[in-house]
Design a protein around this ligand. Structure first.
Ligand code: TRP
Length: 341
């Protein structure tokens, strides 16, 4: 059986929500259950690219994200699963700086995800601008060297990360071409539901910053309340007797993403169009489905609440460090940064 390494991560800037769940965490379940060697990165350094002024939030978020991950079934007690705390892998910084020396500035600045994010910031930091290159170091720190450690390097991510992975592949190719290197190019695995709209009328994706999120840690009453406040098709504001458009409200995007009964969803959509279902019923059904999905997650969270974070993060971080040491050694040697006497 081929030995595949997987590296993926999340920024630790707050608790995780349903957007993370459909966009990423479900794909992570697959690679974990297929037995691939998985490195799940808590990107606390990358979190600083936007949240350096709030270290307390970052500390709290590391714990929250670990708890979110274990409550959805990512399992660091399995031998193939490593939780890695990014800031605790010092070798990774070295890799990042060395790779940045051959990353073309003009190419980094053309990255569409970076450009869109930069446009939203009044005073972006240099660290922020460099993050796609730094993320290449995240991925390549577990590049299989020697080759028996793996024959593929997979990166499950949401669609917005695709440009970063293209840049990462380009950077690796540059390194390999210029220095006769052996780094492995990564391959992106893009999730099915890339983007979940938020609970508000903005149409923007769900996010903490837009304050339109349902969290994995929300209790049942909170979910009912948030769903109740979700916008309906504005054309129907005068009542259920007016035919609606299922795409003019976020409600059906959620039904499609979370309701296991596809027949029921199709039926609700038909009835929405023909004005034979009220929004209250669509919402009630949605809240029920979400709470049914979240209940076992809540139970696992309660079980792990008192978990010792060090004991969860240390072993995985050590495995990543060992892998990264080999990669850094290789990169230093090929870039003539070893100075043998
Ligand atoms: N940038 C990713 C995000 O915001 C998080 C991340 C950090 C990541 N390092 C990574 C994803 C390495 C994949 C691989 O979602």
């Amino acid at each position: 059986m081929p030995h595949r390494r997987v590296l993926t991560g999340m920024r630790t800037t707050g608790p995780l929500h349903l957007g993370h769940y459909v966009g990423a965490l479900k794909n992570w379940a697959e690679v974990q259950d297929q037995g691939y060697e998985c490195f799940f990165l808590l990107a606390d350094v990358q979190a600083m690219t936007t949240h350096a002024d709030n270290p307390a939030l970052l500390t709290a978020s590391v714990k929250e994200v670990v708890l979110d991950w274990v409550s959805v079934g990512r399992d660091p007690t399995r031998p193939n699963v490593h939780f890695v705390l990014q800031s605790q892998v010092p070798e990774r910084y070295e890799l990042s700086v060395l790779l940045s020396m051959i990353a073309p500035f003009s190419r980094v600045m053309l990255n569409p995800t970076l450009k869109a994010e930069l446009a939203k910031q009044a005073h972006p930091t240099l660290g922020f601008v460099c993050y796609p290159v730094d993320q290449t170091a995240d991925i390549e720190m577990v590049s299989p060297l020697p080759r028996e450690y793996g024959d593929e390097l997979l990166v499950p991510v949401g669609e917005d990360q695709a440009p970063h992975l293209e840049d990462a592949r380009d950077l690796v190719r540059r390194f390999n071409d210029r220095y006769n290197g052996q780094l492995m190019e990564c391959r992106a695995l893009i999730g099915e539901v890339g983007r979940l709209p938020g609970t508000d009328e903005s149409g923007q994706k769900m996010s903490k910053s837009a304050d339109n999120a349902i969290y994995l840690s929300d209790d049942a009453a909170m979910v009912v309340d948030k769903v109740r406040r979700m916008p309906i098709d504005p054309a129907r504001k005068d009542g259920r007797h007016i035919p609606g458009n299922p795409d003019a409200t976020p409600l059906f995007a959620y039904h499609r993403a979370f309701n296991p009964d596809k027949q029921k969803v199709a039926d609700l959509e038909d009835r929405y169009r023909s004005a034979t279902v009220g929004d209250a019923e669509v919402k009630r059904e949605l809240a029920r489905v979400l709470n049914e999905m979240l209940d076992p997650i809540r139970e696992r969270r309660a079980q792990f609440e008192g978990i010792d974070f060090r004991s969860v993060l240390e072993p995985g971080t050590e495995v990543a460090r060992a892998a990264c040491r080999l990669v850094v050694e290789h990169v230093r040697e090929r870039m003539h940064m070893t100075y043998p006497s």
